[in-house]
Design a protein around this ligand. Structure first.
Ligand code: PRP
Length: 222
C-alpha cells in the first residue's frame, strides 16, 4: 500500500506535528530532520510528509495530492478550503484579535469616520466586521501589521496574538476577539473514502496520542 501523504506547515507547527506522529511510532528518522528533501518518509514507511508553506497546506489537501495535512485554523478560515476537519490537535494555540493603539476608540470612531483595518487575514476580518454590520475599510498588509496603526495607515489591526508581546512592545491592546485558533488535522474528502481504513486508523491513533498524558519531567525521571 502506498504511504499516506501528509502536508505539514514549515516552522514550529511542523515540529509539533512530527512529535505527534513520533508518538504513534511514525515519526521521521533523525537524519531526515535537517535535509532539504521535499518528501520525507516516516521511519515505518506508512507516511510521506510534505513540508510546505502554511498557506499551501489546504491547497495540497483540497487537490487530493496529499491525503491529509496539519494547518492552523487561521489559515484554514482564510482559505475556505473544501476539506474535512476531523481533529483539533491542540497545539499552535493563539487567537485572532482586533487590536488598537491604547486609547483608540472601539468599535466606533468619533465623527462617524469609517475605521481602516490593516491585516494579513483579509477574509477573516471582512467576515468578522460584516457579521456585526460594521462598515470598515480593509487594508491588506503582508507582514508586521502592527506597524500600520503606529504610522496612521490604519486605526485598528486584525492579527494573530500568541504571547501578546508584539502588541505590548508597540503600545497596542486587544479590543476584540475574532476567534481562537489552533492546529487542525484536515483531510481530503475523496481520499478519505478511498482509503477509509487507513484514514480511520490514523484518526484513532492521533486521538489516542492526544488523550494520553504528556510526559512530564517527573514521570520521565521515575
Ligand atoms: C505573528 C503575528 C504577530 C505575532 C504575534 O507574526 O502576526 O505579529 O506573531 O505573536 P506574539 O503575540 O507572541 O507577539 P509572525 O511572527 O508570523 O510575523 P509576520 O507578522 O511578519 O508575518
Amino acid at each position: 500500500m502506498a504511504p499516506m501523504r501528509i502536508a505539514l506547515p514549515k516552522g514550529r507547527m511542523m515540529d509539533q506535528a512530527l512529535e505527534l506522529w513520533d508518538r504513534i511510532g511514525s515519526g521521521i528518522a533523525p537524519e531526515q530532520a535537517n535535509t532539504r528533501r521535499l518528501i520525507l518518509p516516516s521511519r515505518d514507511g506508512r507516511f510521506e510528509f510534505l513540508p510546505v508553506k502554511p498557506s499551501d497546506v489546504p491547497t495540497y489537501v483540497e487537490a487530493g495530492v496529499a491525503d491529509a495535512g496539519v494547518v492552523g485554523l487561521d489559515v484554514l478560515l482564510e482559505r475556505r478550503a473544501d476539506v474535512l476537519q476531523p481533529l483539533d490537535l491542540g497545539f499552535g494555540a493563539c487567537r485572532m484579535a482586533v487590536a488598537a493603539p491604547e486609547g483608540q476608540p472601539y468599535p466606533d470612531l468619533p465623527g462617524a469616520v469609517t475605521p481602516r483595518v490593516a491585516t494579513k487575514y483579509v477574509e477573516s476580518a471582512r467576515r468578522f466586521f460584516a457579521e456585526r454590520g460594521a462598515q470598515v475599510e480593509i487594508i491588506r498588509i503582508a507582514g508586521s501589521v502592527e506597524l500600520a496603526p503606529l504610522l496612521g495607515l490604519s486605526h485598528w489591526i486584525v492579527d494573530l496574538v500568541e504571547t501578546g508581546r508584539t502588541l505590548k512592545e508597540n503600545g497596542l491592546v486587544v479590543v476584540d476577539t475574532v476567534f481562537a485558533s489552533s492546529a487542525r488535522l484536515i483531510v481530503n474528502r475523496a481520499r478519505h473514502k478511498l482509503r477509509l481504513d487507513d484514514h480511520q486508523r490514523l484518526l484513532a491513533e492521533l486521538e489516542a496520542a492526544l488523550a494520553a498524558p504528556a510526559l512530564t519531567t517527573s514521570s520521565a525521571r521515575s
